[in-house]
Every structure is written in C-alpha cells, then in structure tokens.
Ligand binder design. Structure first.
Ligand SMILES: *[C@@H]1O[C@H](CO)[C@@H](O)[C@H](O)[C@H]1NC(C)=O
Ligand SMILES: *[C@@H]1O[C@H](CO)[C@@H](O)[C@H](O)[C@H]1NC(C)=O
Length: 549
C-alpha cells in the first residue's frame, strides 16, 4: 500500500508538473534595427505593444546574434555556434544546395517533452531536398516561406543569376504552395495563422510557435519596402518616403504582438506563456538590400561584427518570471535559447546534447541570478578571415566583412529628417498588450515606471576618449563594451595581454571549426518554371515526389 501510495504521489507530481508546462511563443523579427523600437529610446516609430511587454518582462540589452540570417537561425535552432556546423558563411540563396546539417533542433527537443510545434514564416535553412524542410526537422506544421525573403503581398521571390531574373512563388502550408493567400499582407497573414492556431486548439499539449516574421526584411529589388497605405499614412512626420514605409512595416510587427497576446488571453493561456522577442541581426540601413532601419548609435550594421550587426533587439516576457521589469546586461547568445526554452518547457537539462554551445539561462532570467555566460564566440569565418570574441567586458574584432565598407555609423541622417515627436507612455500603457497584462493576476507596472527602464535600455556613446580603429586596415580592435558601446575607443595597444589571451582563445575555438559548406547554385534544376513557378525542393526527386499536385 505504501509503495502504491508513493508511486501515486510520484505519478501525480510528474503528471501535474507536465500539465503546467508553459506555452512558448518565440518571435523572430528580421533585420529590425536596434534603434527602431520605442524601448531603446527612439521616438520615431511608436511600438507600444512591444514596449509594454518589454518593460513588464526582462529587456535583454546584451543579447547577441550572428551578423546575418542563416547563421543566426542555425544557432537558434541547434544551440551551437554556426562555425561548428559549417554554417558560418553567407546566408543560403535560392536554388543553393546547402542546408543546416542533421542536428537535433529546438522543436525536436520540445516535441520530446510533449509540445505541439509550429514554424510560421521564414525558414532560410535550406530546401534542396524535402528532408531539409521544416516539417522534416521537428515542426509539426509550417506556414511560411523557404528563402531569405519573399514579397509581402504576392509571395514572389526573385533572384538574379547570370543577369537573368528567376521568380518563384514562396509561401507554403505544410509543404504545399498556399496560392489562396495571395493579396494578404505577410505580417498580418502570419499573425492571423498564429491567432487561429491558438484560438482553435483543443489540444491539452503545450504549444510552441516560432513566429519568424518576414517583417521587416526587404522584399524584392525594385519594390523592397511594402506596407498597407493606411499604416504608412500614420507616419506623416517622417519625411523620407522609404523610412516612412519602413516605419509602417515596424508598426505592423508591433500590431502582431498585440493580436497574439489578445488570442492567448482569450484562450486563458497567457498566464502560463513565455514570449521571447528577438531580431535575427541588425538592420541593413544601406547597401544591397537596404530597409532604412537604424542601429544608431551602434556602429556598423547587418553583416558586420560591430554591435550594430550582432547586438539585437531582445526581451522576454512571462508571468513565470519572478524578477521582472528590469534591464539585464548579462551576456546572452542566440544559442542559449535552445537549452533555456527546453528547460523552461519542462525538459531535463541532463537530456541536452553535451556539445551545445548554448547555456541554460532560465533561472538567471527568472530569479535574476548570476548568468553562467562570460564569453561569446561572435564568429570565425575562415574564408573572409573575419572573427570576433566577447570575453567579459572585452570585445575583440579581427578582419572584416565586405572589405570594411560597412564599418561606419548609419541611420542618423535618416533620423534628422524627422519632426520631433514625444514618447507617449500612456499609449504604451493603453496598448493592447499593456491593457491585457495589467488585468492579469500579477503585479503590473504603472505608467511612470516606463521612463526609468527606457533610460536604462538606451545606449549612450560614452567613450571618454576616441581612438578609432578600422579592422579593414588589418588592425586588431579591442573594445570595452559596457564603457564604450559605440566602439569608438580602441584599447588594443593599452591591453596587449588581453589581446593575446583573446587571440589564443580564438585559436582554440578554431580547432572546433567545420569548414563552411559550399553552396552551388543549381538554378538549371531548381528553376521555378519546372515546379509550377514555385521555389520547390528539387533533389532526390525519384525517391520523393517533387511534383506540385
Ligand atoms: C573586396 O575587394 C577585393 C579587391 O578590391 C575585390 O576583389 C572583392 O570583390 C571585394 N569584396 C567585396 C565583398 O566587396
Ligand atoms: C498618447 O496616447 C494616448 C493613449 O493612446 C492618447 O489618448 C493621447 O492622445 C496620446 N498623446 C499624444 C500627444 O499623442
């Protein structure tokens, strides 16, 4: 009897802890600039839904990602530094024979502990074969696109090879082209899919949605920025027409969070939900696919190892966080989300791959305990010979990307083109998320609590001295990031032993490098017209049908 009793108790504990597993909504914005959310101090583009969640959660002000899309997504889903997987090179292009190598991914870990898993939006980790696509890699469902970008209404993605434009449809529901959805704005469409998934579920399983927005990446060249006209019209104070459209795109992203929080509330799921919001890299202010986003006053932009490329907008919100309403400056890397969300979702940390580079930072987030992370391998690209490392307060950069073309400061000129606006804290308080949060059964912030948090999360360039360093000249640059977030004062010659030590650490990391995967562009075989004008898997077709029904 005794034994049965304790077994029952154990069963009950296991069972009840299972039934309390939280839901996880992981939102990844694309190319969103550091300076393009209200909570980082900009008055230009109001993001009240985002800001209300950020202030009531934990603002992650030292959250690092890779400097562009494919490597960040590889790191996020695998928990490993991309250079261990051969994913440290350029992002995957359409028709490229390259994919994230076989790895146990975050959704697979979460399925193991009972989650229902959805990817909504961008994949960008390869699709030459069906088994490289999301529903073969741990996602029960995928509604979204395979390439780096698609257009916001037509879902056509155009790529130029040998001076010829190849255009294919890129929007799929569980592998099948979703032609019916043409004409709906992407940010709304992906949001609506999430809202319906939440509203119509009958499952008692915990829910994992990775909402990987197209916003605010550019669409095709020629018409790179797209947003509904009525949203653009709200930004008349922005003189530059491109920046105005970009602002509308950011605003739609903000609306998305409001709708999702509302849906979770309606379904009584919100008090047991974790929401993580990150950008995959900094904005691409100028250059090849410019979106007019701003990382200012951070240096550099997407595709550089300066802060503007890799220090991303990020926060976590959840009623499960005990020490919330704070700005964390603890180092956190995109690889940390796999172990952190697995443990938060009820997984046992011992079940994780011991080779992970990510750290479980869940209890640091929940209780504001010291973080286990003191360093971050920013990247090693053995081809461009560009590498970076964070070690405590120090950051070392060697080599450069793009011949150093983007090692400057961008986005401030755009700012000056704007009529001064006030930051409206009551709009944050009265936003959809603001309203819903304060009616939840936990201690909400009052409107006057926002400004001090906002001040803490705003970067001020504080280098006492300026001693510029451009790694494009061959120099090794060393910065003390907490004291010099804008990377203006190179300290390499004052701290040669730190430079030596960090270079040695890079050499050690280099031993674990897998050569970057070579991607051939196989456009003859992948050409959209062979697949009813869609971008479609094109290899191993004798074994698996590549035909579109
Ligand atoms: C960098 O410069 C070299 C030499 O001028 C050139 O061959 C190469 O294409 C450039 N690379 C990029 C990414 O601009
Ligand atoms: C600030 O937001 C509140 C709530 O949405 C609104 O009523 C008020 O008009 C706004 N103030 C300004 C100056 O725009």
């Amino acid at each position: 009897m005794k034994i049965t009793g304790s077994l029952l108790v154990i069963f009950f504990l296991v069972h009840s802890s299972k039934s309390q597993q939280p839901h996880i909504i992981l939102i990844v914005a694309d190319d969103l600039g550091w300076n393009d959310v209200g909570f980082h101090g900009s008055n230009q583009i109001p993001t009240p839904n985002i800001d209300a969640l950020a202030y009531n959660g934990v603002i992650l002000n030292s959250h690092y990602v890779q400097s562009y899309s494919t490597p960040t997504r590889a790191a996020l889903l695998s928990g490993k530094f991309p250079m261990r997987l051969g994913m440290q090179g350029p992002s995957i292009r359409a028709a490229e024979k390259k994919a994230l190598p076989e790895q146990k991914l975050l959704p697979e870990y979460l399925k193991q502990v009972g989650f229902e898993t959805h990817l909504v939006g961008k994949w960008h980790l390869g699709y030459s074969r069906w088994n490289e696509t999301p529903t073969f890699r741990g996602f029960d469902h995928h509604f979204g696109f395979y390439n780096s970008y698609t257009s916001y209404y037509d879902y056509l993605s155009t790529w130029t090879y040998n001076d010829y434009d190849y255009t294919g449809f890129d929007l799929r529901k569980d592998g099948q082209p979703a032609f019916d959805e043409v004409g709906k704005y992407a940010t709304d469409l992906f949001t609506e899919y999430c809202v319906n998934t939440i509203a119509n579920r009958e499952s008692s399983k915990p829910l994992f949605i990775m909402l990987s927005h197209l916003g605010v990446h550019t669409a095709n060249k020629g018409k790179p920025l797209e947003a509904p006209q009525e949203t653009i019209n709200k930004f008349k104070h922005i003189v530059d027409a491109n920046r105005r459209t970009y602002a509308a795109m950011v605003s739609k992203l903000d609306d998305s969070l409001g709708s999702i929080v509302e849906a979770l509330k309606q379904k009584s799921m919100l008090s047991n939900t974790i929401i993580v919001f990150i950008s995959d890299n900094g904005a691409q202010t100028v250059g090849d696919f410019p979106n007019w986003g701003s990382n200012y006053p951070l240096r550099g932009m997407k595709d550089t190892l300066f802060e503007g490329g890799i220090r991303s907008v990020a926060f976590i919100w959840s009623p499960l966080i005990v020490q919330s309403a704070r700005v964390s400056t603890d180092l956190i890397h995109v690889t940390d989300w796999l172990p952190t969300l697995f443990v938060a979702g009820g997984g046992n940390g011992d079940a994780l791959d011991p080779e992970l580079d990510g750290n479980d930072v869940w209890s640091s987030l929940v209780y504001d305990l010291p973080s286990p992370r003191n360093d971050i391998l920013i990247n090693i690209d053995e081809k461009t010979r560009n590498a970076g490392l964070r070690f405590y307060n120090w950051k070392l950069i060697v080599g450069t990307s793009q011949n150093g073309t983007y090692n400057d400061y961008y986005g401030n000129i755009v700012m000056e083109d704007i009529e001064e606006q006030e930051y409206n804290t009551s709009a944050v308080y009265e936003s959809t998320t603001g309203r819903i949060i304060r009616n939840l059964n936990y201690t909400p912030l009052s409107e006057t609590d926002f400004e001090p948090l906002r001040k803490l999360s705003t970067v001020k360039c504080s280098a006492a001295k300026k001693n510029p360093c451009d790694p494009a000249t061959g120099a090794v640059c060393l910065y003390d990031i907490p004291n010099d977030p804008c990377e203006e004062n190179d300290l390499a010659k004052f701290f040669p032993s730190v430079v030596r030590k960090m270079k040695r650490a890079l050499v050690d990391f280099r031993k674990g490098l897998a050569p970057q995967l070579e991607g051939d562009i196989d456009i003859e075989n992948a050409e959209p017209k062979l697949f009813k004008y869609t971008w479609n898997p094109w290899l191993n077709c004798p074994e698996v049908s590549c035909q579109i029904p």
